[in-house]
Design a protein around this ligand. Structure first.
Ligand code: C5P
Length: 218
């Protein structure tokens, strides 16, 4: 039996995580937050204080790291048996993830870990290259984006709500840097799959994006 896959790709802060989780829950499907795999590797690399240019050492960690995901209401991730959930969302983790995600051999090693999430009754996969590289045969593909200003504003609000000091101008610069790195890298850059539905969420509520995506599946 073919396992249905819905891919949701797009730049940082477009709301992919919130939308993907809600859609997966509604459909009763599995959920892959592929960014958390790159983020977990970033945490391991930072912990070992490796140079971000040492591709060989980073690839070795990517090969040997043991990752466990509990995809309940909140995603819990364990790296080599240690709970790293609270470190996953840090700005430094995301920025480091985006640097090491540009290394071709890292992407190759992490490919199978992502494909393994494709299990019955279905999968919602969120990332940058889900519809183009990891699950090119997915029946439903979405490219979810929003203007850099809107994405920075949302991120700023999230941090403030969590009681974390934040600077909107700095966040905007980081988002633009990350967009550039993710779109301009040679291997699996952020790109819109030919068969993806394009959704610009700049002026949409989360609920209406979720409804539009669910509509696609039905
Ligand atoms: O989506 P998230 O912000 O968690 O991803 C962190 C970084 O991991 C991204 O900026 C991107 O460079 C990388 N990533 C990727 N391919 C994916 C998911 C994430 O290169 N499928």
């Amino acid at each position: 039996m073919a396992i249905p896959v819905l891919t949701i790709d797009g730049p940082s802060g477009a709301g992919k995580g919130t939308v993907s989780r809600a859609v997966a829950k509604k459909l009763g499907w599995n959920y892959l937050d592929s960014g958390s795999i790159y983020r977990s590797l970033a945490i391991a690399v930072l912990k070992q204080q490796l140079s971000l240019e040492d591709e060989g050492a980073i690839v070795n960690i990517a090969r040997s790291m043991k990752l466990e995901f509990d995809c309940g209401d909140v995603l819990v991730v364990r790296l080599d048996n240690i709970d790293i959930t609270t470190q996953l969302g840090l700005e430094n983790t995301g920025n480091t993830a985006s640097i090491i995600a540009a290394l071709p051999e890292v992407r190759r090693v992490l490919l199978q870990k992502q494909k393994d999430f494709k299990q019955l009754p279905g999968l919602v996969a969120d990332g940058r290259d889900m519809g183009t590289v990891v699950f090119p045969d997915a029946k439903n593909k979405v490219f979810l984006t929003a203007s850099a200003e809107k994405r920075a504003e949302r991120r700023y609000k999230q941090l403030i709500e969590k009681g974390i000091a934040a600077n909107l101008a700095q966040i905007t610069i980081e988002i633009e840097d990350r967009d550039r790195r993710d779109s301009e890298r040679k291997t699996a850059p952020l790109a819109i799959a030919d068969d993806a539905i394009y959704i610009d969420s700049s002026d949409m509520t989360v609920e209406s994006v979720i409804a539009e995506v669910l509509n696609l599946i039905h």
